[in-house]
Design a protein around this ligand. Sequence first.
Ligand SMILES: [Zn+2]
Length: 61
Amino acid sequence: MLWLKACPRCQGDLLLQADTYGSYIACIQCGHTLQPEQEKRLALSLRELPRKRPVTATKVA
Ligand SMILES: [Zn+2]
């Protein structure tokens, strides 16, 4: 996964990477690695993207 211009340090592009210790998010440009707290915030911002209305909201007349 890739987050464009989302690096808190240099506004570079963040890339989801993985090694033997697990997955982490790091900046391609400056190598800055996100703290777990920052990763959580990033995931949250993804979830807040506009989406279609839930289909369960339809009226039953
Ligand atoms: Zn950066």
